[in-house]
Design a protein. Sequence first.
Length: 275
Amino acid sequence: MSITSPSPSPKASSPIGVFDSGIGGLTVVRALMERLPFEDILYFGDTARVPYGVKSVPTIQSFTKQITEFLLEREVKLLVIACNTMAAVAADIVRKLSPVPVLDVIATGALAAHQASRRRAIGVIGTPTTVNSNAYALELHRLDANLRVYSQACPLFVPLVEEGWLEHEVTRLTAREYLKPALVENIDTLVLGCTHYPLLKPLLQDVVGRDVALVDSALATAEQAAALLDAQKLRNPGHKAPSYRYFVTDVPLRFQTIGERFLGRSLGEVERVYW
Ligand code: DGL
């Protein structure tokens, strides 16, 4: 007979758990650190199995379950799915497993895009799995059935960002090509539906022009995390320097350089998890 104990209610002094397929989710951590400077954060990046954006749905779902359990065992008070690909195909699994509140970049990004759009014509860019799942379009249409949504998979952006080609001519030409169809549709808002794309913001803004608002789901997620912690009285009452822990499943070549580019500061100690 199995005895299930009641889930403990989250404690305000506990850390926030953030996870991603690799290090891209550090863009969300960076936004959280700026918006919530007294919160402790546990970050999990599945660097041994990244990229998820080209993997099948059942594989991504089983990886997501494993990461969720890892963070719940460490008694986080809030789970943030920082990876758009996991949010697209496995957010329900996380919500079912979790006794603590869950935020995901797709729900928060879609809400921010809906608020930003004036002409109700929204472009969404993401990995092939995110775009094929239609998750952004479904979430946007749940908010407003009359929105026009144009989605475009941009598989080359992840390697270009990891290469550090944030202002490179090759990236500019790639972006022009990917964004041509959405621009023809006269979008007024573009959702950066992948952890890596906020690093391309200046280049993308140049390509789409000043009239198109870029929605960075990392910033929108940090805003919603602050609102949720306030509403549920879960803000850390302490004002001491926060602790940040980073768990990864591999430490690949150039990990430190790339990680610090995403985080915008030095990474500190990284803990290797052996699965
Ligand atoms: N983190 C993924 C996302 O936001 C991008 C990298 C990957 O494909 O795993 O969709």
